[in-house]
Design a protein around this ligand. Sequence first.
Ligand code: AHG
Ligand code: MN
Ligand code: MN
Ligand code: MN
Length: 336
Amino acid sequence: MHIGTTLTNFIIETQRKFEGATGEFTGLLNDISVACKKISDLVNKGDLVGVLGTASTQNVQGEEQKKLDVITNEIFIEALAHNGHVAALASEEMDDVYHLPEDAPRGKYLVLFDPLDGSSNIDVNVSVGTIFSILKAPPGVRNPSKEDFLKPGTEQVAAGYCVYGPSTMMVLTTGTGTNMFTLDRDFGEFLLTHSNVQIPEDTQEFAINASNMRFWEQPVKRYIGECLEGKDGARDKDFNMRWIASMVAEVHRILTRGGVFMYPLDSKIQAKGQGGKLRLMYEANPMAFLIEQAGGACTTGRERMMTLSPDDIHQRVPVILGSRNEVDRVTGYHQE
Ligand code: AHG
Ligand code: MN
Ligand code: MN
Ligand code: MN
């Protein structure tokens, strides 16, 4: 019997290209995979271990936190802050940059994360996930500041997510393709199950929260209107629709069989003074990196996601991602 390619085997191979053989990147990915395995275990046990329900606190986004939003954030900190692989952390669930304890060794990476994506789904037993984005830390800075994090997505060293679905899967890119690993719960390893995944350029499936239709901008109304009309309208095909309300699960579907996912700008979002629903640095950019590495595209409707210069770690942006030809079409409508 073969073991197969473990996540650790895979990372040791890929890290040589950008780090030499110090092992720090391998160590960091190992820390992340330990955190994700722990989260997977808690998500699986759910009510048996009392982790479901709300925490009666709010995060910096003004969202009501679920107990698991708080717990998963703490798991990430515990797994990453003490091993000398990172210099600082940032998360959806923390207002400011997290500085390491004084006595903790500093490493050369910064990690931004969404510890629990799709948390509105947790209490109804639908897939949730964890998203992470890895940047280089500025050399010689003991406690990197917010400004040190504010790099465009093109500066990401690696990005990925873990989806807690019927299987737990880790999906990772280090800039040479997008690869999927499935957790074998019995022996506790992520094993490579899909290498170099490719998103079909064309699709007949779209994902959008259609309850916001009346608030959308004209280009999005036009695009979705045409999808709904299908062969009876401007398109030569009919479309199917999906909406899970877990970005991780939507992106996973798109990496697996194609599709287009949109959380566009709308007037309701603008009335709150926000630039979008999803967060650039720990939702949109890591997903953009994974999607582009699989041959897809990700834009704000107006520009390529990964070229945006962030002005805040919690900045929100419109997101359109997935099969290249459909993303190009709806992005094109914004430019007309
Ligand atoms: P989070 O649970 O990390 O706050 O993110 C939720 C996001 C994303 O996962 C999903 O695509 C979107 O919010 C769902 O929004 P609606 O509730 O408006 O459908
Ligand atoms: Mn949230
Ligand atoms: Mn999220
Ligand atoms: Mn979240």
